[in-house]
Write a protein that binds this ligand. Sequence first.
Ligand SMILES: Cc1cc2nc3c(=O)[nH]c(=O)nc-3n(C[C@H](O)[C@H](O)[C@H](O)COP(=O)(O)OP(=O)(O)OC[C@H]3O[C@@H](n4cnc5c(N)ncnc54)[C@H](O)[C@@H]3O)c2cc1C
Length: 497
Amino acid sequence: MKSSSSIAALQEYLRDESRRTGTSEQIFFPETKQDIIRVFKERPGIPVTVQGARTGVTAGCVPEEGITVNLERMNRILDFQPESGTITVQPGLRLRELRRYTASHGLFFPPDPTETTASLGGMVSCNSSGARSFRYGSIRDYVMALELILPDGDALRLERGKCQAEGLGFCLTTRGGRIISGTLPDLKMPDVKKHTAGYYVRPGMDLIDLFIGAEGTLGVITSIQLRLLTQKKHIWGAVIFLPSEDSALELVKILRGEKGSAPSLSPEALEFFGCDTLKLLRKEQIAGASLADTQLIREDAGCAVYIEYASDDKNHLTQVFGQVCNRIEALGSDPYHTWAGINPRHMEKLHLFRHAAPECINRKIAEIKKQYPSITKLGTDMSVPDSCLDEVFSLYRRGLKREGLSSAVFGHIGNNHLHVNVIPKNMDEFRRTKDLFSRWAKEIVRMGGSVSAEHGIGKLKTDLLKKLYSEEQVAAMREVKKRFDPDEILNRGNIFK
Ligand SMILES: Cc1cc2nc3c(=O)[nH]c(=O)nc-3n(C[C@H](O)[C@H](O)[C@H](O)COP(=O)(O)OP(=O)(O)OC[C@H]3O[C@@H](n4cnc5c(N)ncnc54)[C@H](O)[C@@H]3O)c2cc1C
């Protein structure tokens, strides 16, 4: 196992895409499970922070002390069963490698957190989802089995369907024969499609779900078995430019089948780019950024919606294309001004364009950080029930206007899950934005929503978790952690302050 104790070598491993920087004594790059066990056994009681590909945006993998364990070298495919559509991988495997491999066998892995350099271990730990969650849910729906190393060096294997809670009581046996039992917190999780704030808890739940979205606080994931789907034969996507954000909201409701007559197929993805985001991206284009070689965004483009459809029936897809064109024309959009992708090369371009929005924000934050080092990424990750889409949208726009903040709103509108990003000009704006997010979180909870839909709580959003759950409920979650990690050495600072 390679380890690095030189500060220079450590630097890049001290941060993630939240742009928060931490500190660590030493970093290890295990290649096997035994390497991880050795780290725990040789330095008992020392805090350990686990890292995947460090694309997270809540500082979950940013160490604050102790040792860092980076899993990028545990990146092999361990088993592949194309007939049953399952694959078992090590946690450091990157999403893009998994996709490439499965696509060559006609199989498809739906979770799509935009950032294809993310590792599968990080994705499971955050219960990642992304663009296709509208149709396919989050990674939780595809995890069939997990293996974890616990902080005492013992191991745990969980297979879906094999171990259920009894009411709120849980009991698991480790590989070493130790019994870990306790009581899950009594809490009502928000009734939204996307939620990853704190532990997943339901009476009688499948206990594998406790470890998905636990942000590495319960154990180090060393092996993941995933379920794959058969790849559809035909796919098309489009960036549709609309005159106003109101018309985009109308289109979303039509495509979700809530209003008017919906096309005869449900989209795979339903994404939004606000007027502020398009302005920002257009500025980048004018300054020379190619943004996946797309045309220059027109100055009069109000906002945009990205949609994606897939089917084995090409004729049906063509029909749906026509139906969508009719709907958008009625909303004032010019179908000839739509960027359509009808082959894999075009689709790749559209995906890269979609990815350009969060990338651009991250770069802006890195720039402003040079002047104000304590600034970190300021982006919301809250989701609400379908019925609250208009309400949450106007909450965001009113708040941004009142505070006079420079923003970029985009994201997974199909799930009422928008990322409101703010680019602060100074520390005053940074603090005011944090207060604004905190006030929004209160409103989101009132609407029945979640304070984190896919990024997790990490170290940056622990205050928001307290808007969702009472002190007692958060303390009860922490008691669950202590059953697996009595000295609380693992991923200290994540979820619980
Ligand atoms: C441009 C951009 C766009 C993004 N868009 C989306 C999006 O649309 N949807 C979405 O869901 N996310 C998105 N993300 C966030 C990010 O990609 C995901 O959260 C991803 O799952 C993180 O994976 P990672 O390997 O980088 O994990 P890391 O950042 O390394 O770690 C994330 C968390 O997982 C823990 N962890 C990592 N590996 C393990 C392991 N093996 N065992 C235990 N714990 C572990 C870490 O300790 C940390 O708490 C985006 C990020 C960027 C930069």
